[in-house]
Design a protein around this ligand. Structure first.
Ligand SMILES: CC(=O)SCCNC(=O)CCNC(=O)[C@H](O)C(C)(C)COP(=O)(O)OP(=O)(O)OC[C@H]1O[C@@H](n2cnc3c(N)ncnc32)[C@H](O)[C@@H]1OP(=O)(O)O
Ligand SMILES: O=CC(=O)O
Ligand SMILES: [Mg+2]
Length: 722
């Protein structure tokens, strides 16, 4: 039993209590006694409201389940009327123009990648904070963006054939980022600054300026022999680095050793779906890392290529401007923090003997910590405009957004922050939010800094909400059906109608195949083209590559064009992606779908429950590594639950697949010394039990969420290990 400390009517995990008393409160200007009393008051006022909102979710779900029991093939109009009658579809407000003040440029006025990272992994979180800048050479060399044909394979040693391809690839991008008046960067042999202008000498002997001279915005070193040239295009910077003594620079006719791209403009430090934090010990680590990031003091030591490396947050970057003045650019991504949603409670703090809602805990404590940034107590400044950016996931409809708005207002008065300091990123990832998006935005119109299509959770909710309507199409096909296209399009259209362009982000979802960068380059170009000024990437490398898309597309010009086009798409959004009733899947197709889902579930859950790892790269049935988090787990478990309910698969078949895949997953993890296998007695393995429960009790999980089972089983595992 963990040591707990009493603070008024609160009982706080001792480690968390000490962290708050000794690290988070000092310097914040918040009196400890007032903090604990005020925290308690927030809980006393808001816990009943939080519970009522969760009860509303359940009562609507019961009505929808009953409807599907009674209406096997309802006419679309009938179904829509029913949803209106029960208050699932709410009135659309006339006016929902946002009025969010003091938003940093990275969110309001720039378009670029958004990186997400589990906050409890300091090594990754620091990497993410520093992913504002990334090496294009490394990103291209290390991934399948450059094909491995014609001797260009990746290997242990540097492959000069591949290197030449990388250089050609990168120089072609320079021609897009900063085209020359005459000729191409690929023929450049020297870069110099003459009278404040960039001049590029080509191998033909010609000297060319830039087509747009203003694209040259700075340099490092000497004007006639710069160490770096800074370019700017569509608001994003690129830096050409020169070093004739560097192995890469030596072989380059212009001594270019690398091209750095401004990459992750923003990073979401995630306390939610990529994290396993089930108790006071885990939550303390989450909050400690957030404080370290706000102070700029977080460090970690790691081994890289046989060497011990100390990782810390990067400083800003300094240049000389063309007119001789100095230019400073941020060295780090602007950080947002994703709190958890309204569902879960966590034993880290108890109020009147009961675990408190984790979303309230996160709002209070992550904001308290972010106040250190607002007071400029850190080595660096995160927000230059005095805002705290909180991403709020998994909200169902406008009342839940309004509740978060109230929560943030209460936290502001507790922490003595100006009203609307706490900004809100709304994840458009539950069906009731999608179909009432305008009303959701209106409910937080002074705080909204993004609406983002979290299509993974959204798919899970799609299945759960209409669980009783029939058997869903195979998982991969769901992504191509009318509902999701309309959802994505409506999100952008609603964002534009609510005036987000130039004030906030209209964001798109995660690229969940971390090693398939070639395919990402083809697919994710669609995001800026669709009018999204940001989209999620799973790694710094993906951020650097995805940044190229924002050089290809002027998103704000696209948004200006789209503004005139109204679109609600509601009928398509409400079309449930069921399997065609005449479709007969072969037994092989069914088995493959089942095994694939089961493999993903077990591969993710075993590391979550046994090791406390909240986000993993897990091979699918074709051995492609997929990013798995709680949202992808929600899809897979709900999908099997749906097929079980509609008798596409039997219980025995699922059980057999679980047992077969447990062996495979154990084998896949055999190289991890910390791995705790599920076999030979899977029934006794806590992770296997968790996976089974997620599937077999899938229809009764609240909104199909996976966190209740994951938390319960992880706590059981932790008590067993202790
Ligand atoms: C539905 C949703 O909610 S999506 C949002 C939640 N999901 C996420 O946040 C995904 C974040 N991504 C990740 O956690 C990881 O990229 C994974 C788990 C998908 C893959 O991780 P791994 O298998 O360790 O990746 P891989 O071995 O290819 O790369 C590891 C390297 O990349 C870095 N890296 C990988 N992902 C990230 C990231 N998101 N941020 C920063 N650095 C990262 C690591 O620091 C490491 O580099 P290092 O050795 O210099 O420290
Ligand atoms: O949070 C993101 C999602 O896709 O879910
Ligand atoms: Mg999500």
């Amino acid at each position: 039993m963990a040591e707990m400390i009493e603070a008024g009517h609160l009982t706080v995990h001792a480690q968390l209590y000490r962290f708050i008393q000794e690290q988070a409160l000092p310097g914040s200007g918040v009196n400890p006694e007032q903090f604990w009393t005020g925290f308690e008051q927030i809980l006393s006022e808001l816990i009943p409201q939080n519970q009522a909102l969760l009860a509303k979710r359940e009562s609507l779900q019961t009505l929808i389940d009953d409807y599907h029991r009674q209406h096997k093939k309802p006419a679309p109009g009938h179904y829509k009327q029913f949803l209106t009658d029960i208050g699932y579809l709410q009135p659309v407000p006339q006016q929902a123009e946002i009025d969010t003040a003091n938003v940093d440029a990275e969110i309001a006025r720039l378009a670029g990648p958004q990186l997400v990272v589990p906050i409890n992994n300091a090594r990754y979180a620091l990497n993410a904070a520093n992913a504002r800048w990334g090496s294009l050479y490394d990103a291209a060399y290390g991934t399948d963006v450059i094909a491995e044909d014609e001797g260009a394979e990746r290997g242990k040693a540097y492959n000069p054939v591949r290197g030449r391809k990388v250089v050609a690839f990168a120089r072609q991008w320079l021609d897009k980022i900063a085209p020359l008046e005459e000729g191409f960067h690929q023929y450049a042999i020297a870069y110099q600054i003459q009278e404040g202008q960039l001049k590029v000498r080509l191998d033909s002997g010609k000297i060319s300026g830039l087509r747009d001279a203003k694209a040259f915005v700075g340099y490092q070193g000497e004007a006639d022999g710069p160490k770096a040239i800074l370019l700017k295009h569509h608001g994003l910077h690129a830096e050409i680095q020169f070093d004739a003594n560097h192995p890469i620079g030596q072989a380059d006719p212009a001594a270019i050793k690398d091209i750095l791209l401004e990459s992750a403009l923003t990073t979401i430090m995630d306390c939610e779906d990529s994290v396993a934090a089930v108790d006071g010990e885990d939550k303390t680590l989450v909050y400690q890392n957030w404080l370290g990031l706000m102070h700029g003091t977080l460090t970690t030591s790691l081994e890289k290529a046989g060497k011990q490396v100390q990782r810390a947050m990067n400083p800003d970057r300094q240049y000389t401007a063309p007119d001789g003045s100095s230019v400073t650019l941020k060295g780090r991504s602007l950080m947002l923090v994703r709190n958890v949603g309204h569902l879960m409670t966590n034993p880290a703090i108890q109020y009147q003997g009961r675990d408190i809602p984790e979303g309230i805990m996160d709002a209070v404590i992550t904001s308290l910590i972010a106040k250190h940034d607002l007071l400029k107590l850190g080595k660096f400044q995160n927000s230059e405009t005095g805002s705290v950016y909180i991403v709020k996931p998994k909200m169902h409809g406008p009342d839940e957004v309004a509740f978060t708005n109230t929560l943030f207002a209460r936290v502001e008065s507790l922490l003595d922050l100006a009203p609307h300091t706490l900004k809100m990123g709304i994840m458009d990832e539950e069906r009731r939010t999608t179909v009432n998006l305008k009303a959701c935005i209106a409910a937080a119109r002074n705080r909204v800094i993004f609406i983002n299509t979290g299509f993974l959770d959204r798919t899970g909710d799609e299945i759960h909400t209409s669980m009783l309507a029939g058997a869903f199409a195979p998982k991969a096909e769901l992504k191509a059906m009318a509902w999701i296209q309309a959802y994505e399009k409506a999100n952008v259209a609603t964002g534009l109608a609510c005036g987000l362009s130039g004030k906030a982000q209209i964001g798109k979802g995660m690229w969940p195949i971390p090693d398939q960068m070639h395919q990402m380059m083809e697919t994710k170009l669609g995001h800026p083209k669709a009018g999204a000024n940001t989209a999620w990437v799973p790694s710094p490398t993906a951020a650097t590559l995805h940044a190229l898309h924002y050089h290809q597309v002027d998103v704000f010009a696209v948004q200006n064009q789209l503004k005139a086009q109204a679109f609600d798409g509601l009928d398509d959004i409400l079309s449930i992606p069921l399997m065609d009733q005449n479709r007969i899947l072969t037994s092989e197709e069914i088995q493959r779908e089942l095994d694939n889902n089961v493999q993903g579930i077990l591969g993710y859950v075993v590391r979550w429950v046994h090791q406390g790892v909240g986000c993993s790269k897990v091979p699918d049935i074709s051995n492609v590594g997929l990013m798995e988090d709680r949202a992808t787990l929600r899809i897979s478990s709900q999908h099997i639950a749906n097929w079980l309910l509609h008798e596409i698969v039997s219980k025995d078949q699922v059980q057999a697949s679980l047992e077969k895949m447990a062996k495979l997953v154990d084998k896949q993890n055999a190289g991890d010394p910390d791995y705790i296998p599920m076999t030979p007695n899977p029934d006794q393995a806590i992770a296997f039990q968790a996976a089974s429960e997620l599937i077999f009790a899938g229809t009764t999980q609240p909104s199909g969420y996976t966190e209740p089972v994951l938390h319960k089983k992880r706590l059981e595992m932790k008590s067993r290990v202790d």
